[in-house]
Write a protein that binds this ligand. Structure first.
Ligand SMILES: Nc1ncnc2c1ncn2[C@@H]1O[C@H](COP(=O)(O)OP(=O)(O)O)[C@@H](O)[C@H]1O
Ligand SMILES: [Mg+2]
Length: 414
């Protein structure tokens, strides 16, 4: 995630961006479109992308197909327009009849055939997470290739399945609260932000993002949420009432990033979700909220090849001459295996390429916590070293548990 980003930020959807200068905002909004390019569209295409309902085909609006079909219909139309194709041209490229495309765009094809869905995706040039979102919206169950690794610092490495699972839960709208859990540094925020970007830019959902990592007081959570929905500030109504009124009849997604220290606010979040039927709340947290209606998505380590790819991307960002070669791959792989595929640890290890070779690093990993310090200064303090991450996790434990942790960590000789 954006390490230098503001600590508390409400994300404006495009349609409301014009209001941003007039309303009170605790901090500037942070970009949601991480890793998702919206460039290359004409203003008409951009408008079609930005205004969800306006771009629905007239028949779909009038005859109201079931919500998932309407969402998929809209998605096809958006991608077709973004690619600058007519229905006939898309049909030609996808090897389908023009009528098949028309029916898909009306939402009148009850079960789009996976082969047709893939043909349309290929015809409009979808890949990576966009392809995942598209297949997920069409409810096809075929495995898809992992997102392409472009090497950009904001690019999500691997995690194709997790993005797809998360998007499925979010776009399906069947779950009120989805919590991405896992240890510090495993990639919860990165994953949730990437999925949020796709949900907004490709599924057309109104997505608001609140970074809670620096908020210490659970009592302020709902006010910060109200700010994110553009209804913050003094009012005789409480923040929950304001958000309920704001969201009446609306579909929206709220990402609460870094909830673990604010679990006291969990009941309020659950109540909010119940009172706003169109709202899906996604939280990232080291532990689940434990409220009704919650679905937990547990995030495990990166797969080894993805961890190696992440190492290579980060190492070459720090040392442009670094390249993964047949000669150094075994050492890099050993390092990543030794670090259990924990992305934060892999990034900190890659930062050592300024002073060590992969072979030296693999050797020195005998003392991992001391070695993996000195990450970039613009990372949050709790992510600058592995030790700091463990210490910030430890601070979440009660004193009994902390004593037990200290006791478990003693070496037998101590
Ligand atoms: N799949 C990934 N691709 C690229 N970078 C990642 C990935 N997962 C995690 N990271 C990076 O690893 C670090 C820790 O990830 P983060 O999402 O902040 O972890 P968490 O929220 O679980 O504490 C961040 O710098 C993040 O950008
Ligand atoms: Mg996080």
């Amino acid at each position: 995630m954006d390490p230098s980003g503001p600590r508390t930020a409400g994300q404006l959807p495009p349609a409301r961006a014009a209001e941003s200068g007039t309303r009170r905002n605790p901090a500037p909004a942070r970009p949601v479109a991480q890793g998702v390019s919206r460039s290359g569209q004409t203003s008409e295409q951009q408008q079609a992308l930005d205004s969800g309902a306006a771009s629905l085909p007239p028949r779909a609006r009038g005859s109201s197909p079931p919500a998932p079909l309407a969402a998929f219909a809209e998605l096809i139309q958006r991608h077709r327009r973004a690619a600058g194709l007519s229905q006939r041209e898309l049909a030609g490229r996808a090897g389908l009849s023009e009528r098949a495309i028309r029916d898909l765009e009306r939402g009148s094809t009850a079960r789009p055939r996976p082969r047709s869905v893939r043909a349309v995706a290929a015809a409009v040039g979808l890949a990576g997470v966009e392809l995942s979102a598209f297949l997920s919206a069409a409810r096809t169950d075929r495995p898809e290739p992992a997102p392409a690794l472009s090497g950009g610092p904001d690019e999500l490495v691997g995690r194709g399945d997790a993005v797809r699972a998360l998007l499925d839960l979010v776009t399906g709208g069947r779950r009120r609260i989805v919590t991405v859990t896992g240890p510090g540094g495993i990639g919860k925020s990165r994953l949730a932000l990437a999925a949020a970007a796709v949900a907004r830019d490709r599924a057309g959902l109104d997505v608001r993002i609140v970074d809670l990592s620096a908020l210490a007081d659970p009592a302020l959570v709902t006010e910060v949420i109200a700010e994110a929905f553009g209804c913050g500030g003094a009012s005789r109504l409480g923040p929950v009432e304001r958000v309920v009124a704001e969201l009446r009849g609306r579909r929206a997604v709220l990402l609460l990033d870094g909830f673990e220290r604010l679990v006291e606010a969990a009941a309020e979040i659950a109540a909010l979700a119940v009172r706003c039927p169109g709202l899906t709340v996604v939280t990232t947290s080291r532990r689940p909220l434990r409220v009704r209606g919650e679905r937990e998505v547990r995030l495990g380590p990166l797969r080894l090849p993805d961890a190696v790819a992440l190492f290579a991307v980060r190492a070459s960002a720090g040392v442009p001459s670094f390249a993964l070669t047949d000669a150094n791959r075994p050492d890099v792989t050993a390092v990543c295996r030794r670090l259990d595929g924990l992305p934060l640890a892999v990034e900190l290890a890659a930062a050592r390429m300024r002073v060590l070779t992969p072979a030296e690093l693999a050797d020195r990993l005998e003392r991992p916590l001391a070695l993996l310090a000195g990450g970039p200064r613009d990372l949050p303090a709790r992510h600058r070293s592995l030790r700091a991450t463990i210490e910030s996790s430890l601070a979440l434990l009660g004193s009994e548990a902390q004593r037990l942790f200290a006791w478990l960590g003693r070496s037998p000789a101590a």
